[in-house]
Structure formats: C-alpha cells, structure tokens
Design a binder for this molecule. Structure first.
Ligand code: ADP
Ligand code: MG
Length: 403
C-alpha cells in the first residue's frame, strides 16, 4: 500500500476556500494511487474562534486549571477542525474516517502539555485505508498510558504527521503551510528570502532549532530516523516545495558543494543576565535554574563573570532565584538571538563577515557563541529584523538560482 501523510496547518484549514485547496491536493494524491492520511491543526491563527490560543483563553485566567484538563481543552481545536474538514471531503464524494490521536494509535507518556510519543499502533488507520477511506487524524494530540488525552507541545501537528509517516512507512510526509517552502530566512522579515528546494534533515533541524518555525525540529528528527522524505509546501500552489531528505540525495543533486550557510533565523524575547564578582564562575547557578525549569542559553563562564540568557517570561523568576543566593545580577531585557546556520560555519572568516555585516548597520553584538554549524549573536530586540536582513544579504542568500 502506497501511503502519503498530508498535514495541513492552521491557515490551510481556516476557511472553506483554503480547505478546498487542501482537498485538491488530497485528490491529486488519490489520483496517483496514494492512500492518504490527513493530519489537521486547529483552524486559523491566534485570535480566530477555534484556534488553540483562543481555546486557552476560554478559562478565566484567574482560575486554576489542571494540566490534564488543559489538554482536554486544547485538543478540541483539532477535533473541530477534523470534523469540518472531513465533512468537506465527504461533500466531494469521498469516504472518510475521523480519528483522534488516541484512536489513531498514538501512545504518549503522561507529560501533559508537552507529551512525548512512545509508540504508534496504526491498525485502525490501516484498516480504514484498506477500505478505501481517507483518514483524517486530529494533530497535536495523543493518549497517555492511563487513557487520558495528551498534547504534544509546540509544533505538535508536525510531529503527529512525521510520526505517522514513520509508523506507516509513508512514501512522503507533506507539510502544507502558508509559504512556498523552507526559505533562507523568514519571508516576513526578509523580502528576497530564497526558496531552498532540496535540503538535508540535519540542515533543516538546525534551522528549526534556531527559530525557523516553518517546521518543528522534533518532527524532522522523527522522519530522519527512518529516512521518510518530507515535503514542505504551500497549500495555495501546486509546487512541490522543499524536499527534506538525507545528505546523500541532496549532495547527489550536484548542487550545493558551496552552500555552507543554509539560512538566517531569529528568536525574539530573550533577557540577558550577567553576574559579576570574584569567584562567581565557581558557583553552580545553572543547577539552580534547571531545578526550577528555567532553560538557559548563551552561557559564558569566566572566573569572575557569568553571562547567560533566558526567555523574557522566565527573567523575573531567574533574577529572584539569584538574589536569594545573595547575588546582584545585571539584566538586559528585550534582546533577540540571530543565528547564521549552515553546514560549515566553522569555516574561518565567517565570524568576521558577521561582525562586518552587523557593525555596518550600527548593530552591536551583545554576546556571541558558535558551534560547528551555527553562529549565534545576541542583539537588541529592536535591531533584530535589521540584523537578520544584514546577515542574509552579507552571505548572498537572496541571489537567484543558487540551487
Ligand atoms: P502552520 O500553521 O502551517 O504550521 P507556521 O506559522 O507554523 O504555519 O509556519 C509557517 C511560517 O513560518 C511562515 O508563515 C513563515 O513566516 C515562518 N517562517 C519562519 N522562518 C521561515 C523560513 N526559514 N522559511 C519559511 N518560513 C519561515
Ligand atoms: Mg507550524
């Protein structure tokens, strides 16, 4: 059985018109003899009536909600979306089976709000496909060992799609969204961002981990384990978008010998924390942060100074924890991280070009760090967009026909 998993994001299922485009993609696949499993996100974006964020606000902010209850509430967005989508498919004469995450066999741990998939038992999906049905699965959700509804955290529907792709040994997992594919930078910031037609799992994972939210990195990692190719594409167009696959296929396509920078990404809303004083480098304040579930980044430790960043939302908590230790941290809120992501960013001269690009725009680098494939710079939030554009242009990423 040739199986295709097609995931449609929030904007793709938002209205009857956009859903019609989605249906046409499904019909194209059926015409090519694929059995189709559809994964849907909640309809629309923040502010729309049945979007996840809207559902969260249904409960009065001052009332306590149990994490288990919150998952029940949040999973409704995909339930509504799946039923609406299935009805529109039926109106075109298709036979459809709608399944919740649990009914689709997605077993997770019990970590409500950010559950991990443990196992998928796809029997019910396979039976329905066998009978010629299109199966519509509610994205972003699974079922705990106790039989409770769980949700998979940010980008959860992407994860549902690739995990099903692996469990069903699909030919492809299609991630349909509101852009043509994966680009060298967020097209909302960089006007001449270029489409990346072919890319490796690793490159895309790096981009996604550094903030390119077009696909969730966990979803990419899952597909990579079994080499299931992903296509990131636009619901509005017939183009095949970006093909994400293993290194071999990408390199074979001749292309990218000189592509050492894949793209530029950004993450906003970061606070920089610095602690100075004789011997502070020996204090283990990172244990303290970890104990309180505060994730830290940009760590730089020297004997008399520690600097690191946290999400703006965690900053107050981090600061009070440090004060309780008798420390007087210096705080710089409203920062952003811009990253130059690639395959060979360890190459000499890259940092020099980054410094050149940013200083020519009058942007100061507040802190920087690097690994073998990424260089990160901390900048002021107000300068984030300018920094992304300057770096994108410095590395010539907008030029046409690079691949
Ligand atoms: P969906 O609801 O379909 O999952 P998302 O909002 O999660 O859609 O992802 C699509 C968005 O990702 C685009 O609208 C775009 O602004 C953003 N984006 C960020 N970085 C990139 C990138 N490098 N390439 C393409 N899109 C990007
Ligand atoms: Mg998304």
């Amino acid at each position: 059985m040739k199986i295709l998993v097609q995931k449609f994001g929030g904007t793709s299922v938002a209205t009857r018109e956009t859903r019609l485009k989605a249906v046409e993609h499904i019909e194209d696949a059926l015409a090519k003899d694929f059995h189709v499993v559809v994964v849907v996100s909640a309809m629309g974006r923040r502010g729309d009536p049945y979007a996840t964020d809207t559902l969260l606000n249904v409960v009065d902010a001052s009332d306590p909600v149990a994490p288990r209850d919150l998952d029940i509430l949040m999973s409704c967005g995909e339930a509504i979306s799946a039923v609406v989508f299935a009805s529109q498919l039926r109106s075109r004469g298709h036979q459809v089976t709608v399944l919740s995450g649990g009914q689709a066999g997605i077993r997770t741990n019990a970590q409500h709000g950010n559950a991990r998939i443990l196992e998928i038992r796809p029997k019910r999906i396979l039976d329905a496909l066998q009978e010629g049905h299109i199966v519509v699965v509610m994205g972003f959700q699974g079922e705990s060992p106790e039989g409770d509804i769980t949700t998979l955290g940010r980008g959860g529907s992407d994860t549902t799609a690739t995990a099903l792709g692996v469990a069903l040994n699909a030919e492809y997992v299609d991630i349909f969204t509101d852009v043509e594919g994966i680009m060298t930078a967020d097209p909302r910031i960089v006007e001449d961002a270029r489409m990346i037609h072919r890319v490796t799992y690793t490159e895309i994972c790096n981009l996604a981990y550094q903030g390119a939210k077009v696909i969730h990195p966990r979803a990419v990692e899952i597909a990579m384990q079994k080499n299931i190719p992903i296509r990131v594409r636009s619901t509005q167009s017939k183009d095949e978008g970006t093909l994400v696959t293993n290194a071999w296929t990408v390199l074979e396509s001749s292309v990218l010998q000189d592509r050492y920078v894949t793209g530029v990404t950004q993450t906003a809303n970061i606070t920089q924390i610095q602690v100075e004083g004789e011997g502070v480098g020996r204090l283990n304040i990172f244990d303290l942060m970890a104990e309180h579930g505060i994730s830290v980044d940009f760590i730089s430790v020297s004997p008399d100074r520690i600097a690191y960043t946290v999400a703006d939302a965690d900053a107050d908590r981090a600061v009070s924890l440090l004060r309780e230790q008798g420390l007087e941290p210096r705080i710089r809120p409203d920062c952003a991280k811009v990253s130059v992501v690639g395959t060979y960013t360890g190459m000499p001269g890259i940092m020099a070009r980054i410094v050149e690009a940013l200083s020519s725009e009058g942007i100061s680098i507040l802190q920087s760090a690097d690994s073998h494939n990424t260089i990160w710079c901390l900048v002021r939030r107000s300068e984030m967009e300018a920094a992304v554009r300057a770096l994108h242009s410095k590395f010539g990423l907008g030029e046409a026909n690079r691949d």
